[in-house]
Design a protein around this ligand. Structure first.
Ligand SMILES: Cc1cc2nc3c(=O)[nH]c(=O)nc-3n(C[C@H](O)[C@H](O)[C@H](O)COP(=O)(O)OP(=O)(O)OC[C@H]3O[C@@H](n4cnc5c(N)ncnc54)[C@H](O)[C@@H]3O)c2cc1C
Length: 345
């Protein structure tokens, strides 16, 4: 049995600690729960197959991540008797016009060959789309991906924390300096990772979400919506949604939401729910950590500090499988993913 100290209790640190503890190792997690922690603020969409990004190493992580989710959640929810908010109600992906819809349908469908967990992929008529969510705009042609899912980051962390404790690990709510810890340290500090790690440089984006109530209410649950460009909408209750997100590159750790973002996101929301009345329920803000190449970094910073960071905009999708794989790697077990591919410095 080995002993590990994990610094950072977002999805990267919590998932790695959970998998290490499950393997029978000693684990202590230190988390100072900074305001702006990305995992709690996340929209939680798990639908990596619709992205146009071509980076193969990135795709490998998110594709394995989405595949791992059902069994990971099943084990965790059974162990802790906690709900994580995981639900698989599909994803509606919208496009500017019918030509792009057709091209996207072909591109997304091809991925089914290696990702059967995507389920059915189909072009939606207006009538089809209305049956999934009657109040969404029909201005944009769309494609439905049956395997699209969502997770609640906060609930997932609560369950992981209990899972870690169930397997004998500890979770301590306080700051710790990784350079003062003996033994193997896993440094998963998200946007705050730059306090220790110089290379790869950890940058972050301030990302804001607008929470709205839509009247009249529709049936629940509804699929997640991947709108035009970076815009997406996730159901958060019977007739409540979060819409986002903004992408502001910043050096600041200020997590106040801005009036400008609120107005911008409300105007976007009106485009997607043109005939509904929208009430603002609030804003939430997270700091999304990324590296220059927007590829997660998994590698040694010093002889005893192993870094997991730069999970970017798909960290909740990849986080569970990253935790499983890093735990196997650090305890000399076989891995399904080549960890060295992500130690690119
Ligand atoms: C608004 C928003 C929407 C998103 N939507 C999606 C989505 O739909 N799908 C998806 O897959 N991903 C999404 N993401 C991305 C995903 O949430 C992140 O990639 C992921 O949560 C990053 O996790 P992390 O553990 O690296 O960092 P974090 O969750 O930020 O956790 C880092 C933790 O480390 C702690 N810490 C730092 N330094 C120390 C120290 N010295 N001592 C103790 N504790 C320390 C911090 O307090 C913090 O709690 C979204 C992100 C945001 C912000």
């Amino acid at each position: 049995m080995h002993t590990f100290t994990v610094i950072g209790g977002g999805i990267a640190g919590a998932s790695t600690a959970y998998h290490l503890a499950k393997l029978g190792h000693g684990v202590t997690v230190y988390d100072r729960f900074d305001e702006g922690q990305a995992t709690s603020a996340s929209a939680g969409i798990i639908c990596p197959w619709t992205s146009q990004r071509r980076n193969k190493k990135w795709y490998r992580l998110v594709h394995e991540g989405a595949r791992y989710y059902p069994s990971f959640i099943d084990d965790l929810e059974r162990l802790t008797e906690r709900q994580t908010g995981y639900s698989k109600n599909g994803a509606i992906c919208m496009f500017k016009d019918k030509h792009i819809q057709q091209l996207a349908f072909e591109r997304i469908s091809k991925k089914k060959e290696t990702a059967p967990e995507m389920g059915e992929v189909k072009m939606l008529s207006d009538v089809d789309q209305r049956s999934l969510n009657p109040f969404l705009t029909s201005s944009y042609p769309s494609v439905f991906v049956e395997g699209g899912a969502q997770i609640n980051g906060q609930q997932l962390l609560t369950a992981l924390r209990e899972g870690i404790s169930h397997y004998g690990g500890k979770w301590i709510q306080k700051e710790v300096d990784p350079e003062k810890v003996e033994g193997i340290v896993i440094y998963a500090a998200g946007a705050w990772g730059r306090e220790l790690v110089r290379e790869p440089r950890i940058q972050h984006q301030k990302a804001e979400l607008l929470h709205i109530e839509v009247t009249p209410a529709t049936h629940h649950p509804t699929p997640v919506v991947m709108g035009l460009g970076p815009m997406y909408i996730v159901p958060t209750g019977a007739n409540t949604y979060a819409i986002g997100t903004t992408h502001e590159d910043t050096e600041s750790f200020d997590v106040q939401s801005s009036e400008e973002s609120k107005k911008y996101l409300l105007e976007e929301a009106k485009k997607y729910f043109p005939d509904s009345s929208l009430a603002i329920k609030g804003m939430s803000v997270g700091l999304r950590p990324f590296t220059r190449d927007s590829l997660p970094y998994l590698g040694w910073a010093t002889d005893n500090i192993f870094v997991i960071n730069g999970l970017g905009s798909s960290g909740l999708t990849a986080g569970p499988v990253i935790g499983r794989e890093v735990a196997a790697y650090l305890t000399n077990q076989a891995t399904a993913i080549q960890i060295e591919d992500y130690a690119y410095i």
